[in-house]
Design a protein around this ligand. Structure first.
Ligand code: Q46
Ligand code: ZN
Ligand code: ZN
Length: 306
């Protein structure tokens, strides 16, 4: 006898561990969407009228973020940054296009090679690849959102990402990072740093995969060739093991961290922000790290003609 859904006669599609229950496909979708809606409300992430830019990489988390925000009725547009990392990036762009077409959301594409002349991994620098890739992505999605009047940028970070990030930074006592992490980063510097939100903050990676499957969302599964990922994966494995033994470990850990975050904030050394001499965006030095790294002489205008 197949196991039945907790709420109806249909066969179970998934067994949730926390709270422990079996759900059919339909009831799982409802459960997932309700959970995301409540997360958005609990952390006051978005107002119904706000214009949201979803950063879609081609992977599952951002695809599910766009899908569920659209389903919940938010006014979204998507941005894909093609990092110019060979076939990995080409595939990512193809998936991002498919995902946005499926939900009928406008998709903007920024291609690094066209914009800056080089892809990630092609620049001769001593800086680690992921470090300048990260700063480049963050700058582009923020400036794109600012130039085009978006109220918020949504990213696909899920509970496992957050829990492993906190775990890793606690083990290394990176209090500066621990002071700044969270489900919402409010707008700063007269809106030049656009509000950032993580609607999947309280759903597990396993739930994201199941939701993608239940809705026929296709996504890129290949890892970026530069992903060292190993340590993150190790933290995730430890947390998964704990979760097996004690369901609720991850969510309780993350919620506990949010309650104690003020302890890390007290340690934060405030860096005074000023306008970058080249692009006018917030910067801790005279020239921001993006303009400095890419040796820019004038700002990039991301405004899209309507
Ligand atoms: S930072 Fe590094 Fe990622 Fe950029 S180079 Fe690839 S792995 S894509 S999240
Ligand atoms: Zn059911
Ligand atoms: Zn700058």
């Amino acid at each position: 006898m197949p196991v039945k859904c907790k709420f109806c006669e249909r066969p179970a599609f998934i067994k949730l561990h926390y709270p422990k229950m079996y759900l059919c496909e339909e009831h799982f979708k409802e459960y997932f969407e309700r959970k995301v809606r409540r997360t958005i409300e609990r952390y006051k992430m978005l107002k119904p009228e706000e214009k949201v830019l979803v950063v879609v990489s081609g992977g599952k988390d951002s695809a599910v973020t766009a899908y569920v925000l659209k389903k919940l009725g938010y006014n979204i547009e998507c941005l894909h940054i093609n990092l110019g990392i060979g076939e990995y990036s080409e595939k990512g762009e193809r998936y991002a296009k498919m995902q946005c077409e499926k939900i009928g959301a406008p998709l903007h594409i920024v291609r690094l090679k066209e914009l800056l002349g080089y892809g990630i991994g092609e620049v001769r620098t001593r800086r680690p690849t992921c470090s300048y890739c990260g700063l480049t992505k963050r700058y582009i999605f923020n400036k794109f959102a600012y130039d085009n009047g978006f109220d918020a940028v949504a990213t696909g970070h899920n509970l496992d990402d957050e829990a492993s990030f906190i775990f890793n930074n606690l083990m290394n006592w990176n209090t500066q990072y621990l002071a700044k992490q969270g489900p919402v980063t409010p707008a700063q510097f007269n809106g030049k740093l656009v509000k950032k939100v993580k609607p999947l903050y309280e759903v597990t990676e396993r739930e994201v995969v199941a939701y993608a499957l239940a809705n026929g969302i296709e996504y890129e599964i290949d890892e970026c060739p530069y992903a060292r990922g190993a340590t993150t994966l190790e933290w995730k494995a430890i947390l998964n093991e704990m979760e097996e033994k004690r369901p609720g470990t991850k969510i309780n850990f993350v919620k506990g961290y949010l309650r104690k975050k003020h302890l890390f904030e007290a340690e934060l050394e405030e860096t005074e922000l000023r306008e970058c001499k080249v692009c006018g965006m917030p910067s801790s030095g005279e020239v921001c790290s993006f303009c400095r790294f890419w040796k820019l002489e004038k700002p990039i205008d991301f405004r899209v003609e309507k």
